[in-house]
Design a protein around this ligand. Structure first.
Ligand code: TYM
Length: 337
C-alpha cells in the first residue's frame, strides 16, 4: 500500500512553481488513491522558523497557506491535513534522528549553503539541521511516496540514508525507505526574470513569480514582462538548449495544458514570444482563476480552517505516536505506558 506524504512551508503565497512542481501532484495522487492507500499533507511551519519570521505574519501565513491548499483541491476527507507544529512527534523524532544523522551528510546539503549564503556562522542551528526534521516528517508516517519538486531530491536522499542507518544501528526494520516522486514537466519552474534561478517565495521581485492569488491582470502583465530572447520558438527540444527563459515558459505551457513539450513546440514553431505570451497568459489565467476564487471563500472562514487543521492533527498524531514509540524503545529509551 502507498503512504503518500508531503509538506510545504507556510511562508508567503503559493506560486506556480509550488503548484506545478508539487501541489497539483498531491491532489492527483490523493484523488487516484486505491483502497488501502493513504495521504498525509502538512504545513511545514517548524521548517519556516529556521529563517527569521515575524510572528503575526507567520500566524497569518499558516491560515492562508491552509486555505490555498484546500482551494487547490487538498481534501481533508481523503487526506490527513494538518500543521506540523500541532503534532509534537515531529520535534521529538527529529531529535532522535539528529543523533543518527552524521555531520558530514548535512555538510553536503546544497540548500543550506544557498540559504545561509555568506553569513553561515550567523545562520540558525535549525536551518542546518532542517533536513533531519524533514526526514522525521516522512519517516513518522512510514511514507512510501513523497511528491516534491526537483529541489527537494537531495533532502529525500538524506532521509533514505537516515532511515537505513537507523534500521541498521538498531537492528530493527522500523522505517520504510521513502521514494521521491518528481514529475517530468515543471519539476523546476524558473523565475520569470532569470531563467537560471528557481521561482521562489523568497525572491524579492514579485514579477519573478506567479502567485495563486494574482489577479488576471497581474498574471497577464507578469507574463508580458517575463524575460525571453528575440529568437522564434524552435521546432524541437534541442532548439531550447541554452535558452533557459524560453524553455521555462514553454515548459509551463506544456505542464498546464497536459501536452508533451514536443507537441507544444510543433504547435508554436516559428512564432515569436510576442505571439506565444498571450496564449500562455490565457492558459495560466484559466488554470489559476478557479483556485483563486475558491480561496476567497475559505479565507472568509478562519474558524473552519482552524477546525480542519485541529482535526487533522489529531488523526496525524495517532499514526505518528506509534512510530515514535517504536523508535524510542528500539534505542533503549524508557517510555511510560
Ligand atoms: P517548499 O515550501 O519550499 O516548497 C513546496 C513544494 O514546492 C516545490 N517547489 C517547486 N517545484 C518546482 N519549481 C519550483 N520553482 C519550486 N519551488 C518549490 C518544492 O520542491 C516542494 O515540493 N522542505 C520543504 C517542505 C517539507 C517537506 C517535508 C516536503 C518539509 N517537510 C517532507 C516533503 C516531505 C520545502 O521547503 O518546500
Amino acid at each position: 500500500n502507498k503512504r503518500i506524504v508531503s509538506g510545504i512551508q507556510p511562508t508567503g503565497n503559493l506560486h506556480l512553481g509550488n503548484y506545478l512542481g508539487a501541489i497539483r501532484n498531491w491532489v492527483v495522487m490523493q484523488n487516484e488513491m486505491k483502497d488501502g492507500d493513504s495521504c498525509v499533507f502538512f504545513l511545514a511551519d517548524l521548517h519556516a522558523i529556521t529563517m527569521p519570521q515575524a510572528p503575526d505574519e507567520l500566524a497569518e501565513n499558516i491560515r492562508n497557506m491552509a486555505a490555498t491548499l484546500l482551494a487547490s483541491g487538498v481534501n481533508p476527507e481523503r487526506a490527513v491535513f494538518f500543521a506540523q507544529s500541532d503534532v509534537a512527534a515531529h520535534s521529538e523524532m527529529a531529535w532522535l534522528l539528529n543523533c543518527v544523522a552524521r555531520i558530514g551528510w548535512l555538510n553536503r546539503m546544497t540548500q543550506f549553503k544557498e540559504k545561509s549564503g555568506k553569513n553561515r556562522e550567523g545562520a540558525s542551528v535549525g536551518l542546518y539541521t532542517y533536513p533531519v526534521l524533514q526526514a522525521a516528517d516522512v519517516m513518522l508516517y512510514q511514507a512510501t511516496h513523497v511528491p516534491v519538486g526537483e529541489d527537494q531530491k537531495q533532502h529525500l536522499e538524506l532521509a533514505r540514508d537516515i532511515a537505513t542507518k537507523f534500521n541498521n544501528d538498531y537492528d530493527d526494520k522500523i522505517f520504510t525507505l521513502p521514494e521521491p516522486i518528481i514529475q517530468k514537466t515543471a519539476a523546476r519552474v524558473m523565475s520569470l526574470r532569470n531563467g537560471s534561478s528557481k521561482m521562489s517565495k523568497s525572491d524579492p521581485s514579485d514579477l519573478s513569480r506567479i502567485n495563486l492569488t494574482d489577479s488576471n491582470d497581474d498574471i497577464a502583465q507578469k507574463i508580458r514582462k517575463a524575460k525571453t530572447d528575440p529568437d522564434p520558438i524552435p521546432e524541437n527540444e534541442e532548439g531550447l538548449a541554452d535558452r533557459p527563459e524560453a524553455k521555462n515558459l514553454l515548459g509551463i505551457y506544456s505542464a498546464l495544458k497536459g501536452e508533451a513539450l514536443g507537441d507544444v513546440l510543433q504547435q508554436f514553431a516559428g512564432q515569436g514570444f510576442g505571439q506565444f505570451k498571450p496564449a500562455l497568459a490565457d492558459l495560466v489565467v484559466e488554470s489559476i482563476a478557479p483556485i483563486r476564487d475558491k480561496l476567497s471563500s475559505f479565507k472568509n472562514d478562519p474558524a473552519e480552517i482552524d477546525r480542519i487543521l485541529s482535526q487533522g492533527a489529531e488523526k496525524a498524531a495517532v499514526i505518528a505516536e506509534k512510530t515514535l514509540d517504536k523508535a524510542y524503545r528500539s534505542m533503549g529509551l524508557r517510555r511510560r505506558s
